[in-house]
Design a protein around this ligand. Sequence first.
Ligand code: G3P
Ligand code: MG
Length: 248
Amino acid sequence: MSSSEIAWPYPRYIAHRGAGKLAPENTLAAMRAGHARGYRMVEFDVKLSGDGVPFLLHDDTLDRTTSGHGRADALTWAELSKLDAGRWHSPAFAGEPLPMLEQIAHWAIANDVACNIEIKPVPGCERATGAAVALDALALWRGASVQPLLSSFSEVALAAARSAVPDLQRAMLYEHIPTDWKDRLARLECVALDTDYRELDAAIVAAAHQAGYKVLTYTPNDPALVSRLAAWNVDGIITDAIDVIRPD
Ligand code: G3P
Ligand code: MG
């Protein structure tokens, strides 16, 4: 099968963590900022609270981007929801809360924004996070015209997502593309290879397409580089530079 046969309703330009660095990452304020600059797809990171609620956070710990401390899964959702996830970025965003996946889903569906949900488990919670996020996504996007794309650096998490909800499309994330990437993607029935832009060249993109996979990349922020990736027909370009890269 060629990559052109994959159902791919997604725009090419994707706002990283919602709005790159212009707003506090992985918050509703970030999603709104990306949308205001014309982005119709967002990438964000999801993990589980101590009581199993999928919510948005990049790091394993709360310290860098919230008013909390320690491991993200040491707190219940009721405790996490009281934290400030905006003040670290700038005073204008003070009081911005951590969002549940549910809140982002409602906003994205209402605003016709496609989602790339990166499953980002805290260590040791890969299987539970993959399954819970996939099941939550299935329920939240039921009946929506564009379903979310799931991705993860964790094969265990992606395998659990596939077992729980086989029909949600998956992308495998690699910092460095392993030599046996085609076998790995085939085993997990992924539709896309998602990798650091420094791993790509025209030949690798063409080879992935020929093997039947779409290609996504993170996080090119230089316009000339982004143009080159687009010229190679990279299908998804996840960028922080939402104030510089026009998404059309
Ligand atoms: O989903 C691609 C990209 O977000 C992976 O890197 O660390 O920003 O989640 P990171
Ligand atoms: Mg991410």
